[in-house]
Design a protein around this ligand. Structure first.
Ligand SMILES: *Cc1c(COP(=O)(O)O)cnc(C)c1O
Length: 340
């Protein structure tokens, strides 16, 4: 019985989700005639109180489309140095949009309003790229599932308004942040121009992300999606998984967060563990000491078929998710409690 905690993208649909998918009504979504996709888009737009939403195959594509919509070639966006849009989307910012990134060193992937203010190039100084967009990530991926303080997001929004910058949220794991901090989608919809959310992570759908936003931006989204090759046909079977997840899989994320905290507490007790980063949601990042027992720890994990991610620079990552059951959790906790 393998325990796979490399990512929360590894989940498979539950029998109930599969059944719901099989019964989906579908049509050709490139013609906007897929009732299930249309329903998912309507639901997400309504949840966030935003004008409209568009279903995409991946979160990389929603982010890349948003950046394309907000910018012109030669311009610059501001993001944290850990940002997924910069680190993990294959260089798409430059490939798709011809845009450069001004990277800020924030706290666990999160930047502040004053950092943003300082990073904006003066628009009349034509030697520098024109700053036109700020991208935030909540929760942060490389930052270990950290969640923004919403007050800071509002301050950053004020800076964007003052300097007429676009404001995009990479909310791949926004559901986790909202569950952990008791926030609601509408408050996010009020401050951002565009938001990308993933259905394929903690929500447990097999694929799919949604870009939701103000009409002036969303008007351009469908053409950009087509250009990027993201126009899909009878994809309502997959969108139905998203609808099912919105109804049944949001609140339960609390369980993933509790399990992550319990693993973190157990890791803290181990001599081989140098440090555990703060745990806000479903991601645990920790460091092992360079001792002989480091090798032993990794070997025993793999012997017990427990898979976690090596992030490099001595960092290891655990991501809890829907398919990480109570029985899995007990087995992992027992292993940690008994490890010497
Ligand atoms: C997973 C993730 C994405 C999107 O990833 P895809 O695999 O392309 O769906 C975007 N941003 C963050 C922060 C992520 O963790």
């Amino acid at each position: 019985m393998k325990i796979d905690l490399r990512s929360d993208t590894l989940t498979k649909p539950t029998p109930e989700m599969l059944e719901f998918m099989m019964n989906a009504e579908v049509g050709d979504d490139v013609y906007k005639e897929d009732p299930s996709v249309n329903e998912l888009e309507r639901r997400i737009a309504e949840m966030f109180g935003m004008d409209s939403a568009l279903y995409f195959p991946t979160g990389s594509m929603t982010n890349q489309a948003a950046i394309k919509i907000h910018t012109q070639p030669g311009e610059q966006l501001i993001a944290d140095a850990y940002a997924h849009v910069y680190n993990y989307e294959g260089g798409g910012v430059s490939f798709n949009s011809g845009v450069s990134c001004k990277l800020l060193s924030g706290n666990r992937g999160m930047i502040t309003a004053s950092q943003v203010e300082e990073a904006i190039n003066p628009p009349d100084f034509y030697h520098s790229p024109l700053t036109t967009l700020v991208c935030l990530e909540n929760t942060t991926n490389k930052g270990g599932g950290a969640c923004y303080d919403f007050e800071e997001i509002k301050k950053i929004k004020n800076v964007c308004d003052h300097h007429e910058l676009g404001f995009h949220l990479d909310g791949a794991r926004l559901w986790n942040a909202m569950v952990a901090n008791n926030e609601n989608p509408k408050q996010y919809g009020e401050v951002f121009d565009t938001i990308s959310v993933c259905l394929s992570k903690g929500l447990g759908a097999p694929m799919g992300s949604v870009l939701v936003g103000k009409q002036q931006f969303m008007d351009k989204a469908i053409r950009v999606r087509k250009i990027l090759g993201g126009g899909m046909r009878q994809v309502g079977y997959m969108a139905a998984a998203g609808i099912y997840a919105l109804d049944h899989h949001i609140d339960r994320m609390e369980i993933d967060h509790t399990k992550a905290k319990e693993l973190g507490a157990q890791l803290e007790k181990l001599d081989v563990v140098a440090s555990v980063e703060p745990i806000d949601t479903n991601i645990v990042i920790f460091n092992l000491l360079e001792t002989p027992s480091k090798h032993d720890f990794m070997k025993q994990l793999s012997e017990r078929q427990i898979a976690i991610s090596d992030m490099g620079q001595g960092k290891l990552r655990i991501v809890t998710h829907f398919d990480y059951s109570k029985a899995h959790h007990e087995r992992f906790l027992t292993f940690l409690a008994e490890f010497e």
